[in-house]
Design a protein around this ligand. Structure first.
Ligand code: NAD
Length: 484
């Protein structure tokens, strides 16, 4: 894989300056496996410079700005993201491998995060507390300081908006470490933040490897909060590193989310939504409904409905804008193929596969969407996060068994319940151990207003919605003693 002479060499963004580093990392096109550019390989020195730039911004223009003005800057950035949404979609689609239309939708969600939190910036207020005679007591929400943000490669724009926008709205200076495979949209958003007029040092982007830049950010003493989205294994490392400095961490980790389908459900809508939910972004979605739990008496008809839809799914190059693009890298492709091999070895029925467009490049990381039937609930395919377009179907007798199987993994991120019996929907919504439950829908179109996060191995802390703002704020109580 040789880099072409014209391949762009990107720069990272610290303290309002665009910088290079002595070493770089390749930008690889998932549609062909070719090297198409480079990004700086930032490490401990660049992270330290970014944290210091953040501290300087907090002590200067950014710290002095009132909440309404901060909110306006976020709204201005949202406008610029909407202006550049087609460009951002092309950058993201080529970098991640996702179909162009899906990347464009991610760009719109990115803008929505800055709009939502821009509007919220001057609406976070404390309270007064009745206390003893001669006292007035009040609480105020203050910025924490400099916050660290480590995001994964599957939805770089959405993850950036979800994590960075509330932190900025609360007046923190941010240091963002995008995933090494997909840093380009973050660098373009940094350009837009500069154009919007964010003060130098308020928004910093350091590209680099997880074990170098990411580890340095998690362990930095100048960071007041770390927001991490990624795998449970790395989340544990980040939490341990931040814990040594007594720094709080939000962990948004993986999932093995159940979609439970009862015989009385709107079955056509359920089948369409479930297929879309696992094929979108080639299944590389933390909240993908990757297990479908089907009531025994409709198991055969519902799996054949799903099978027809899987056979109709088309996989191709990102700019062909089909149902699925390539997965993000060679390691991810191998990981998914290992699970498919395990299914074959254990004799699990492959009920359907999607089709690959004929004209894709040979070196691209393509995987066919696959539906697998009769998967025992304790099988690795029903327990582990595959993070690919693979749906496992599980037969359940009744509501009680559905609940046991739904709760029977180490994860607890999202669940879907499909039934016309609203009492049953609500019973299950309360009993399933996850952070979000959808009844007769799934994902609510990604609504930025809806608090999101996990239980168990899926993590802790909540992002999205108004709730996220409190995670990036330090609550202070002020007690004033005065004459009666
Ligand atoms: P990952 O954990 O390998 O990487 C995530 C980020 O952590 C990257 O930026 C990476 O560079 C960085 N990193 C790696 N090693 C590090 C270290 N030692 N110290 C600090 N940072 C380090 O995850 P991934 O493979 O990029 O993403 C896939 C995982 O993310 C899946 O498990 C998926 O479910 C999860 N995810 C969860 C959510 C959610 O909201 N719950 C959203 C998207 C993805």
């Amino acid at each position: 894989m040789n880099q072409t002479a014209t391949a762009p060499a990107h720069r990272l963004y610290i303290g309002g300056e665009w910088r290079t580093t002595s070493q770089t990392l390749p930008v690889i096109d998932p549609a062909s496996g070719a090297v198409v550019g480079s990004i700086p390989r930032g490490g401990a020195a660049e992270i330290d410079a970014a944290v210091r730039a953040g501290e300087a911004a907090r002590a200067g223009a950014w710290g002095a700005m009132d909440a309404t003005s901060r909110g306006r800057l976020l709204l201005r950035l949202a406008e610029l993201i909407r202006r550049d949404v087609d460009l951002l979609a092309r950058i993201e689609s080529a970098d991640v491998g996702k179909p162009l239309g899906q990347a464009r939708a991610d760009g719109v969600v990115l803008a929505r995060y800055f709009e939502y939190y821009g509007g919220a910036a001057d609406k976070v207020h404390g309270e007064t507390i009745p206390f003893q005679q001669g006292y007035t007591v009040l609480t105020v929400y203050e910025p924490i300081g400099v916050t660290g943000h480590i995001i994964p490669w599957n939805y770089p724009m959405q993850m950036m908006g979800r994590s960075v926008a509330p932190a900025l709205a609360m007046g923190n200076a941010v240091v963002l470490k995008p995933a090494e495979d997909t840093s380009l949209s973050a660098l373009h958003v940094a350009r837009l933040a500069e154009e919007a007029g964010f003060p130098a040092g308020s928004f910093n982007v350091v590209t680099g490897l997880g074990e170098e830049a990411g580890a340095a950010l998690s362990a930095h003493r100048g960071i007041g909060h770390v927001s991490f989205t990624g795998s449970p294994e790395v989340g544990a490392l980040v939490q341990a590193a931040a814990g040594r400095n007594s720094v709080p961490v939000t962990l948004e980790l993986g999932g093995k989310s159940p979609q439970i389908v009862f015989a009385d459900a709107p079955l056509e809508e359920a089948a369409a939504t479930i297929t879309r939910g696992i094929s979108q972004n080639s299944g590389q979605t933390c909240s993908a409904g990757s297990r479908v739990l089907i009531e025994d008496r409709i198991y055969d008809s519902f799996t054949s409905n799903l099978a027809g839809r899987f056979r109709a799914l088309r996989v191709g190059a990102p700019d062909q804008d089909l149902d699925c693009g390539p997965v993000v890298n060679a390691g991810q492709k191998q990981r998914i193929e290992r699970y498919l091999e395990l299914a074959r070895r254990d004799g699990l029925p492959i009920l359907a596969e999607g089709g690959l467009a004929g004209n894709v490049a040979a070196g691209g990381y393509y995987v066919k969407p696959t539906l697998i039937g009769e998967v025992p609930p304790d099988h690795p395919l029903a327990q582990e996060e595959i993070f690919g377009p693979v749906l496992v179907a599980i037969r359940v007798r009744d509501e009680a068994e559905a609940l046991r199987v739904a709760n029977g993994t180490a994860y607890g991120l999202v669940a879907g319940v499909w039934t016309a019996d609203i009492a049953r929907g609500l019973r299950l919504a309360h009993a399933i151990s996850v952070g979000q439950v959808f009844v007769n829908n799934y994902g609510a179109a990604g609504g930025v207003e809806l608090p999101f996060g996990g239980t168990k191995r899926s993590g802790h802390g909540r992002e999205k919605g108004f709730e996220a703002l409190y995670g990036f704020a330090a609550l202070k109580t002020i007690a004033i003693k005065h004459a009666n």
